[in-house]
Design a protein around this ligand. Sequence first.
Ligand SMILES: [Zn+2]
Length: 340
Amino acid sequence: MMDAHSHLCMNTQHKRDGGSYYFTTLLDSNAKRAIQGAVNAKSMLEYGFTSVRDVGNEGNYACVEVRRMIQSGEIDGPTFITAGRIIAPYGGQFALQPDKQNLAEPEYFFADTRDEIKKAIRQNLHYGATVIKLVIDDQRYIYSVDDIKFAIEEAHAVGVKLAAHAWTAAGALNAAKAGVDSIEHAVAITDEALAIAKKNNVSITPIPFTERDAVLSGNPGGNKEANEQMFIDPVRRAHKAGVTMVWGPDVIYNTQEFPRGKVSIDTVDEWKMTGIPNLIILQALTTNAAKLLGIEKTRGWIKPGFRADIVAVRDNPLEKIETVKDVVFVMRNGKVYKRQ
Ligand SMILES: [Zn+2]
């Protein structure tokens, strides 16, 4: 199984941070975030995620170091794809104040011109990013279709994919038209944009809004409406339009009771609420994710010549999809990490 939208080097604390990861990035040191990344990587593997893509808020390349330590065998974790710093229009995803303009660093590169976009991508690649994450909207000024195409060309020139955060309908439309590899969230994506995404071979990674998150935030029931409007509805419409969907629940928290891997896989309950076929959910978790992560030539299928990344569950997921919450066996690269 694979998670294509994670933030392993960040852990938002509901009470302290009030749901705002802006505060998390200000209050947690990058040293702490690197350690969290190592802990979370192990947790993801334990819950059956053998490959994970991190899409930024990575604590100044802490996730790159986590990836290198997994690769060298010093720590346990999934195959890891990491975005480094997020590239965004001025201000990124925060509301700054003029006296403290640098508070969004090093979470973001602010890149408004073509030169800035090119430089941000190249700097990211130099420091070890293996995917580029572009925030399309979140400010009043958003990237144009041509801006996004420019960024895609720059990333694809070195074989790296581009993930586009789009929270608005306009942002998702521009991303679909430009032909990004994935539209993240796509909470307000229109049918028009979905049709273009289908034509341009663009995947989407929808995000569930869970009751657990609402309870931890002290607001039971508070996510119900958001989940219906921004997850269930777009997923149903994307399925109808034949758009490729990829697992990527955008988990930014974990507690001792709810480790990171559990928080991610438990969102299968929200996927089940959409009523789409279990096969589609399973493909989002496996083969579709492998293609989006760019590892489909070696992972994502169980067949000769592929790396032995195999998990086992108790029931047939095509009949009972929630069985993926109960992984009893995990093998990555032929090495067994869990056996019950
Ligand atoms: Zn995210």
